[in-house]
Ligand binder design. Structure first.
Ligand code: IPM
Ligand code: MN
Length: 336
């Protein structure tokens, strides 16, 4: 029981496709840990949008603020054109709740490596190209002009970089790598590099490195051991964490935490994967990423022992259908 004697209040957004199924297994495993919680489901999805035109209202965001955390599955249906659900739901949640850190563990044994890697990517989650700066002129004509900017604020970069340094300082290796593309992005890259160097002075125990994002991709595959904590912008973080998943046992095991470290709003926990409409309803999706996201959630809430039990239970492989994998992990958690 929480120190206050209260149960954790968890908002659950299953979403579309395999989302509701994997979240179901995550809740099963959470129950098996004995962590006291109540959950409330929210009908937010592409399916809902097709039904009544609603993505995510301000009223719903307001209601979500009352919860301790949000467990999120995946959103997306092929019938809805790109960007409507992304901007209307997941980005709205990240921006409105000021979830400025996207923490993505990258842990496993990369193909061709004998030793495992244990990396954490800290992706800035409220700025960059995700802000939607830009516009279009003469759309659909031969003279169309499209611009898509990237917004980087000193405040936004500094709070993200500082979080990454704090995390690196707390880990055994104490090593932080900035990943950007300073050789070509002369304005935003320069801002990131200067702030990184300034904050580094506050953390004399942390060693630092810098790689351009393209080179970082090579190292992810060929030499992931050189990384400990990585800090990077929103779009680079999106891309390298998919690569990170693929060197760590696949996208079915990649978890993420969208954090408001100030705890002024609930944080949101979600698998890195999407709704996978091609396998939806078949009962074959791997729920491990959602289960590991639930572990990140209770760890952030302070239930560190229960979180460790879940991550340990996900180490050994589990086989079968979505439900069978959930059952196997849940039974390991309750036995341990
Ligand atoms: C992710 C996803 C999202 C992103 C999409 C769905 C908006 O790819 O969480 O990595 O680009 O951040
Ligand atoms: Mn992504």
């Amino acid at each position: 029981m929480k120190a206050s004697g209260r149960k954790y209040q968890i908002a659950v957004i299953g979403g579309d496709g395999i989302g509701p199924d994997v979240v179901q297994e995550a809740l099963k495993v959470l129950t098996a840990t004995g962590t006291p919680f109540d959950s409330k489901r929210f009908d937010i999805s592409g399916e809902r949008y097709l039904r009544d035109g609603e993505t995510l209202s301000n009223t719903t965001v307001h209601e979500l603020r009352k919860f301790d955390a949000i467990l999120f599955g995946a959103i997306g249906t092929p019938e809805v054109p790109p960007s409507i659900l992304e901007r209307g739901i997941i980005l709205k949640l990240r921006f409105d709740l000021d979830l400025y850190i996207n923490m993505r563990p990258v842990k496993g044994v990369a193909p061709g490596q004998t030793k495992g890697h244990e990396i954490v990517v800290i992706r800035e989650n409220t700025e960059g190209s995700y802000v939607g700066e830009g516009g279009v002129l003469r759309r659909g004509t031969d003279y169309e002009v499209a611009t898509q900017g990237s917004v980087n604020t000193a405040f936004g970069v500094a709070r993200c970089v500082r979080y990454a340094f704090e995390l690196a300082a707390s880990r055994p290796r104490r090593h932080l790598t900035l990943v950007h593309k300073t050789n070509i992005l002369q304005y935003s890259g320069d801002l990131w590099q200067r702030i990184f160097d300034q904050v580094a002075v506050e953390f004399p125990t942390v060693t630092t490195a810098y790689f351009h994002v393209d080179a970082a991709c090579i190292y992810f595959v060929n030499d992931p051991h050189r990384f400990d904590v990585i800090v990077t912008d929103n779009l680079f973080g999106d891309i390298i964490t998919d690569l990170g998943a693929s060197i760590s046992g696949g996208i079915g095991r990649a978890a993420s935490a969208n954090l408001n470290p100030m705890r002024s709003n609930p944080s949101l926990f979600e698998p890195v994967h999407g709704s996978a409409p091609d396998i939806a309803g078949k009962g074959i999706a791997d729920p491990t990423a959602a289960i590991l996201s639930a572990a990140l959630m209770i760890d952030f809430l302070g239930e560190n022992e229960a979180a460790t039990r879940i991550t340990a239970a996900c180490q050994e492989p589990a086989f079968g259908s979505t439900k069978e994998i959930g059952d196997t992990i849940a039974s390991r958690v309750s036995r341990s």
